[in-house]
Design a protein around this ligand. Structure first.
Ligand code: C2E
Ligand code: MG
Ligand code: MG
Ligand code: MG
Length: 288
C-alpha cells in the first residue's frame, strides 16, 4: 500500500516537473520572438533627490508586453532569458533604448540600467556598449550600470578591469541590492562603485525589526565615508522617507514617489501631495 502511494507521489512530481519544463520552453520560444516583434518595453521609475525631492534620475526596468498574457514581469522572464543566453541581446537592446531616451525624452536626466552577470562576462561587451554610446550620441555621464555582488568573485581581476574600462567610457557604476550578498564590505573597498543601492528588504524592515535603524544608519555612514552616493530602494511610506532624509540618504526610490511607468507617462516632478506629507511629518518630529 505504502509503495503504491510512493509511486503516485513520484508520478505527481514528475508530471509537475514536466509541466514546468514545458512552460519554460514555451516562454523561451515566445521570448525569442519578443525582441524581433517589438514586444519589449522599458518602464522608468524615478529616483528622487532625498533632500530637494527633485527628480532628475530614473531606473530603466524591462517589461514584456506578451500578446496573450499581457505584461509579464522581469522576475519571471529574466531567469529564462539568462538560462538560454538571450539576456545578452536583451540587455544590449535595453542599453540602446536607454541611450536613445537619454538624448530624447529624458535629455539631461540620469538613467540607470540593470546588467545581467552573463553580459558582464562577454568578451566584447565593453566595446559593444562603447559603439552604442557613439551611435546614439548619448552622454555617458547620464548613464549608470547597476551590477550585483553575484557578478564578481573574490579578487576578480578581470571584473575589476572591466569596471575600470566602463568608467573610462564615462559611465557610472552602482551596486544593486546591497546587503543581500555575501561579501558586501570587501566589494566596496575593492571595486570602483559610484553608487550603493540599499536593498528594499532593509527599508521594509524599518518599524518592524529592531536592528533596521542601526543597519540603515551604518550603510549610509559607510557610503558617505567612501564617497559613494546612497540610494534607498523600495521606499513605500512617508515614515521611511523621513527617516532616510534625516539620516543623510542621497536618493529615494520606491512606490511612494512613483511606480515604474512607460516613458511618456513618467512624471518629471515629485508628486506634490507626497512631498507635502513628507515635510509635514518631518516638521512634526522636530516639534514633538
Ligand atoms: P531591481 O534592479 O532591484 O529593481 C527594483 C525592483 O523593485 C523593480 O522590480 C521595481 O519595480 C521594484 N520596486 C520599486 N519600488 C518598489 C517599492 O516601493 N516596493 C516594492 N515592493 N517594489 C518596488 P521589477 O521591475 O519587477 O524588476 C525586478 C528585477 O528584474 C530588477 O530588480 C532587476 O534585477 C531585474 N531587471 C529589470 N529590468 C532588467 C533589465 O533590463 N535587465 C536585467 N538584466 N535585469 C532587469
Ligand atoms: Mg536595479
Ligand atoms: Mg535592487
Ligand atoms: Mg536586482
Amino acid at each position: 500500500h505504502s509503495k503504491n502511494t510512493g509511486r503516485n507521489a513520484s508520478n505527481l512530481f514528475r508530471d509537475g516537473l514536466n509541466a514546468l519544463i514545458e512552460k519554460r520552453r514555451a516562454l523561451q520560444a515566445d521570448l525569442e520572438k519578443a525582441l524581433e516583434q517589438d514586444e519589449l518595453e522599458l518602464y522608468y521609475q524615478p529616483r528622487t533627490n532625498a533632500q530637494t525631492l527633485d527628480i532628475r534620475s530614473y531606473e530603466a526596468l524591462l517589461r514584456w508586453n506578451h500578446p496573450e498574457r499581457g505584461i509579464v514581469s522581469p522576475v519571471e522572464f529574466i531567469p529564462v532569458a539568462e538560462a538560454c543566453g538571450l539576456i545578452i541581446d536583451i540587455d544590449t537592446w535595453v542599453f540602446r533604448e536607454a541611450c536613445k531616451a537619454a538624448t530624447n525624452q529624458l535629455k539631461g536626466a540620469h538613467i540607470s540600467v540593470n546588467l545581467s552577470p552573463l553580459q558582464f562576462q562577454q568578451k566584447d561587451f565593453v566595446e559593444k556598449f562603447e559603439t552604442i554610446l557613439r551611435e546614439t550620441g548619448a552622454d555617458p555621464s547620464q548613464l549608470e550600470l547597476e551590477l550585483t555582488e553575484g557578478m564578481l568573485v573574490e579578487d576578480d581581476i578581470r571584473g575589476l578591469s572591466i569596471m575600470k574600462m566602463l568608467k573610462t567610457l564615462g559611465l557610472s557604476l552602482a551596486l544593486d541590492d546591497f546587503g543581500t550578498g555575501y561579501s558586501s564590505l570587501s566589494y566596496l573597498s575593492k571595486y570602483p562603485f559610484d553608487t550603493i543601492k540599499i536593498d528594499r528588504s532593509f527599508v521594509a524592515a524599518l518599524g518592524h525589526e529592531d536592528n533596521a535603524v542601526a543597519i540603515l544608519k551604518a550603510i549610509i555612514g559607510l557610503g558617505a565615508g567612501l564617497g559613494m552616493k546612497i540610494v534607498a530602494e523600495g521606499v513605500e511610506t512617508v515614515e521611511e522617507a523621513v527617516f532616510l532624509r534625516l539620516n543623510g540618504c542621497d536618493q529615494l526610490q520606491g512606490y511612494l514617489i512613483g511606480k515604474p511607468l512607460p516613458i511618456d507617462l513618467v512624471i518629471c516632478d515629485a508628486p506634490q501631495d507626497k512631498v507635502a506629507a513628507i515635510l509635514a511629518l518631518e516638521a512634526q518630529k522636530f516639534t514633538d
